[in-house]
Write a protein that binds this ligand. Structure first.
Ligand code: SDX
Length: 428
């Protein structure tokens, strides 16, 4: 197919729209001049047919079930890389050399501590506050502490803020958990890996030694890799839109965390485990599958379906294998895992799910693993936000460095009341 312009005719108009082609994936119709040429907007609520930007970071093929970070398939990164290397890859575009990786890991490791005054920030929350509410608050408040990395026009400050975000998000996440259970905050340990340090900050207590389980450390690192980035999903688009106004990086990441919290997005892992617990036993699955298919019932199978993947979510496949390994390592026989496996089997054979191309997504198995690792359900989305911070930061930097970047400002189809004159109270 050539890249001849697309001719748009009708409504007394004839417009040639340029067609742009990327390195892979669908071509795009460049409509940037459409309003000027036609006095009309396009209409695409939910942006199902809209490319919001040009990006070089993550590529998804929904039909083939493919996900690549900077061209590397997620399966290869999951099996051969580690999260620090993936953070470097997302941020800089290439896998690091040994020297580059060692320096990056050293730099991140030495930014993991939080300003001591921020520790008091947590005490303003109720102990039973949802940790995602704490994450939004504390991450947004970083702008009140790190004034030396909020000037988005200074490349050095942008990089300092990026390193600080990636480095401190596990510390903040673990502190949100410790605060909720009334245990003392645990400081980062620089001799531990990124994932091991997080597990230590989460589960160690001053009263006894804590040894990071290497199997759980590897599973945690893998879960971070799988959640790191995912093209222009809702929360990443939120970070880009916030960043397009020139907002500081901490405010942009806080906005992304807020968006991710929703059960249709990152909140699905928490909602999925709650759903599996509500189903409880395999024999109750048909009742819930029927509800998911009932148009009059708002219930949806959490962890199923995806805006882009219409075949399978490659992350779910890796996640399912990891679930097996972690449960086996921990000797956990979780009936919810049996329910999940049977639910997946039943749903994938059901015409409704086949016709609507609904498959397990990244959130379907993650909750099983996280529960087995000892994380409370309300921490699941926090872990998603922790991992996705690396993707958000990479996307934010790419947006800021894009010379064509401008403030995001969609228009609308107005169907409200046309102009009318005010009516005095006495006349109403
Ligand atoms: C994430 O975008 C990303 O990349 C997100 C993410 C990332 O890494 O950033 O991958 C992470 O958010 C994964 C998705 C997690 N959410 C869930 O698991 C919640 C349950 N899933 C649904 O809410 C839904 O599938 C969405 C929101 C994920 C996708 O919805 P779409 O693409 O907007 O599709 P839709 O809502 O228009 O549904 C299409 C049809 C509808 O039926 P009809 O109106 O055509 O008759 O499929 C049905 C829906 O009712 N449907 C479901 C369903 N999901 C869609 N029916 C039952 N159960 C479901 N889970």
């Amino acid at each position: 197919m050539s890249n001849d312009p697309l001719k748009l005719t009708g409504n007394g108009l004839e417009v040639d729209l340029p067609v742009m082609e990327g390195s892979v994936g669908p071509k795009v119709i460049d409509i940037r001049k459409l309003y000027a040429q036609t006095d009309m907007f396009t209409f695409d609520p939910g942006f199902t047919s809209t490319a919001s930007c040009e990006s070089k970071i993550t590529y998804i093929d929904g039909e083939k079930g493919e996900l690549q970070y900077r061209g590397y398939p997620i399966e290869q990164l999951a099996n051969q890389s580690d999260f620090m290397e993936v953070c470097y890859l997302l941020l800089f575009g290439e896998l690091p050399t040994k020297a580059e990786k060692d320096k990056f890991v050293w730099d991140i490791t030495h930014h993991t501590m939080l300003h001591e005054q921020l520790h008091r920030f947590f005490s303003g929350f109720r102990r039973d506050a949802h940790p995602m509410a704490i994450m939004v608050g504390v991450v947004g408040a970083l702008a009140a502490f790190y004034h030396d990395s909020t000037d988005i026009n200074d490349p050095h400050q942008r990089m300092v803020a990026s390193y600080r975000m990636i480095a401190k998000i596990p510390t903040i996440a673990a502190m949100a958990y410790k605060y909720s259970v009334g245990q003392p905050f645990v400081y980062p340990q620089n001799d531990l890996s990124y994932a091991g340090n997080f597990l230590n900050m989460m589960f160690s207590v001053p009263a006894e030694d804590y040894k990071v389980n290497p199997v759980l450390e590897k599973a945690m690192d893998l879960i971070f890799i799988l959640h790191a980035d995912h093209e222009q999903n809702a929360s990443t688009s939120t970070v880009r839109l916030a960043g397009s106004s020139g907002a500081n990086p901490f405010a942009c990441i806080a906005a992304g965390i807020a968006c991710l919290w929703g059960p249709a997005h990152g909140g699905a892992n928490e909602a999925c485990l709650n759903m599996l617990a509500e189903i409880g036993t395999v024999d109750r699955i048909p009742e819930f599958v029927a509800r998911a298919k009932d148009k009059n019932d708002p219930f949806r199978l959490m962890g199923f379906g995806h805006r882009v993947y219409k075949n399978f979510d490659p992350r779910a496949t890796v996640m399912r294998d990891t679930a097996h390994n972690v449960l086996k390592e921990l000797g956990v026989d979780d009936p919810l895992f049996d329910v999940a496996m049977e639910l997946e089997k039943i749903a994938l054979e059901d015409p409704y799910f086949i016709e609507k191309k609904l498959y397990p997504n990244v959130d379907f198995y993650s909750g099983i693993i996280l529960k087995a690792m000892g994380f409370p359900t309300e921490m699941f989305t926090v872990l998603f936000a922790l991992a996705r911070t690396s993707g958000w930061i990479a996307q934010w930097n790419e947006m800021i460095e894009d010379p064509t970047q401008k403030i995001g400002r969609p228009r609308q189809l107005f169907t409200g009341t046309p102009k009318r004159d005010f009516i005095d109270l006495a006349d109403r």
